[in-house]
Design a protein around this ligand. Sequence first.
Ligand code: IPM
Ligand code: MG
Length: 355
Amino acid sequence: MNLKIAVLAGDGIGPEISAVGVDVLSAVAARFGHKVTYEYAICGADAIDKVGDPFPEETFQICMDADAVLFSAVGDPKYDNDPTAKVRPEQGLLAMRKRLGLYANIRPVETFDCLIHKSPLKDELVRGADFVCIRELTGGMYFGEKYQDDERAYDTNVYTRPEIERILRVGYEYARRRHNHLTVVDKANILASSRLWRQIAKEMAPMYPDVLTDYMYVDNASMRMIQEPRFFDVIVTENTFGDILTDEGSCISGSMGLLPSASTGEHTPVFEPVHGSWPQAKGKNIANPLAQVLSVAMFFEYFGLAAEGRLVRDAVQASLDANVRTPEIQVDGGAHYGTKEVGAWLVDYISNHNS
Ligand code: IPM
Ligand code: MG
């Protein structure tokens, strides 16, 4: 297969984990005989510094021309501490989502047995938890009409029928490929937008008789997720609830540094880690590259290249088993591996391992 990848490394630890992602992708491609080319583009605070725009037109075009985007992270503390800043790195992320039509954000929550001791939850609760959160990504409060003066402010949570139907379809398709259980998370006891979600979900459920659909209020879902994470198979929810629930989900596994995501929709799909830019770690060679690497697995799987995705996942598992880990997930007394060293180990495994 010929694949053209847009690489958006962004800010903070972004460039370091991006380099590992690219090396892993190239190693898998070499092994399977795929031809991959890369186009590098700027985004986030880096792009604000260079051209004054966190998602410049040129970057958009490079994304549109590519088969996939390998994205890392954006964000810089100098903007977090300045509420008056007119442009912010995060706006670049929202612009990318909107302009590429990335309405479905797929965030798997997987646990690794050898990391369960790092989870804040009890071992017996978390072992075997494995679910996917599907977050609507281009609607709701993030993009609805906003207003702010010194006395009054609002954000509008708008959803239309086509937006709800298409994301529910993604939810059902995922449930069918997994364990046929879809949980629709909303706040239908309070919000009109949620009532429309629930109404449409109830209309669609009979079209998927093989899938068990259940409905849960978001407050209850947030509790259930830590009390009984194994209850869930596929969750589908709106943008803001999905933002919050996926951060909660990400700590279940023991480290946010292990969770990848895919955003798909109308144009080029984007593969990125769930964690952010971790500016304090920038340039220190300590960031865990595994979430980025697993996003490369999701990339291969998206293109139907299951064996390639499997090899990436096997390499990650093997590195964990061999205790080749970055400091935050290392076992007591284990050697410290940096971002680059973990990357080199994975590339070596991918290039040379024979199962
Ligand atoms: C996420 C992040 C973003 C969001 C921020 C960085 C804009 O928290 O991808 O979950 O709120 O969507
Ligand atoms: Mg978030």
